[in-house]
Design a protein. Structure first.
Length: 103
C-alpha cells in the first residue's frame, strides 16, 4: 500500500474521530440536559415512554387475539363439516333401514 495513501487515510480517520468526540461540545447538546425542566418536555418524555411501553404489549395482545379468533373459526368450520358428514351418512343409511323395515 502506498504510504501517502495510508497517511491520508489516518489523517481522515483522525479528523472524523475528533469531530465525533467534539460534536456534543460544539453544539452544546445533551440528551438529558433539559429533561424534566419544562412541562412540554416532561409530558413528551412521559407520553413517549408510555407509547413505547404499550406498543409491544398491544402488538402481542393483537396477535394472541387473532390466533384465538382463527382457532375458533377453524373449530366452527370443522364442527359444521362433521355435521354435514353425519347428515350425509344418515341419508345414505336411511334407505337401507327403510328397505330392511319393509321386509
Amino acid at each position: 500500500m502506498n504510504p501517502k495513501l495510508w497517511n491520508r487515510k489516518n489523517l481522515w480517520l483522525s479528523a472524523v474521530a475528533m469531530l465525533v468526540v467534539w460534536s456534543p461540545e460544539l453544539s452544546q447538546a445533551c440528551s438529558v440536559c433539559s429533561a424534566g425542566r419544562e412541562d412540554e418536555n416532561r409530558l413528551a418524555f412521559i407520553l413517549t415512554t408510555a407509547f413505547l411501553t404499550f406498543l409491544p404489549l398491544s402488538m402481542i395482545g393483537g396477535f394472541v387475539w387473532y390466533l384465538r379468533r382463527r382457532y375458533l373459526q377453524l373449530e366452527l368450520e370443522l364442527e359444521l363439516e362433521l355435521e354435514l358428514e353425519l347428515e350425509a351418512a344418515a341419508e345414505r343409511s336411511a334407505p337401507v333401514m327403510a328397505a330392511g323395515a319393509a321386509r
